[in-house]
Design a protein around this ligand. Structure first.
Ligand code: GAR
Length: 198
């Protein structure tokens, strides 16, 4: 069985979409894969309750308890490793990971970013897309490398930017696509149909 560990920091709507897809599309039977755990760096992350409601193991590793990024990542990796992950999924996990952590899960660490990478890595992507006059925006699922919001692209979806969009309305349109794209990209990864999978 391939264990999937999902890291979140907040509401966890992407995580919930993945969990729903795994149940609906019977990933355990069809791909031999299960969501083994959801881990947050914040105790108040809303996604933790959703994961628990689906009977998934949860854990919290509060980044504030650690003096350095390295110490936090080491503690996080210890918890992640208790679930023997075949795939580690960042789903709104808002911490920059150290090269040590990224290297440890090389080739089995994926992220979702709410822009059409390589455009707009980092924060405030929707506002920046509107200010740049973009006519389209979107979302990218990519493998994680040591460079923030870079790494081989696994899947993308595009949405229009409408004339009276605010960052919030654009974010909502992009998020709806995230919920479709991320489960599909992970299913592709499990089925080995993604061109950039090592
Ligand atoms: C999503 O829009 C995700 O793409 C973004 O945070 C949101 C999390 O929402 N991630 C990043 O910006 C990472 N750079 P969720 O907690 O409801 O899934």
């Amino acid at each position: 069985m391939k264990n999937i560990v999902i890291l979140i920091s907040g509401g966890g709507s992407n995580m919930a979409a993945i969990v729903r897809a795994a149940e609906r599309d019977r990933w355990a039977e069809r791909f031999g894969a299960r969501i083994a755990a959801v881990i947050s760096n914040k105790a108040d992350a809303g996604g933790l309750a959703i994961a628990k409601a689906h009977g998934i193991d949860t854990a919290v590793v509060p980044h504030k308890d650690f003096a350095t990024r390295e110490a936090f990542d080491e503690a996080l990796a210890k918890v992640v490793d208790t679930h023997s992950p075949g795939l580690v999924v960042l789903a709104g996990f808002m911490r920059i990971l150290t090269p040590g952590f990224v290297g440890r899960y090389a080739g089995r660490l994926v992220n979702i970013h709410p822009s059409l990478l390589p455009a707009f890595p980092g924060l405030h992507t929707h506002q920046r897309a509107i200010e740049a006059g973009c006519k389209v925006a979107g979302v990218t699922v990519h493998q994680v490398t040591t460079e923030l919001d870079h790494g081989p692209i696994l899947a993308q979806a595009v949405v229009p930017v409408l004339p009276d969009d605010t960052a919030a309305t654009l974010a909502g349109r992009v998020l709806a696509q995230e919920h479709l794209l991320y489960p599909r990209a992970i299913a592709g990864w499990l089925l080995d149909t993604l061109s950039h999978k090592p």
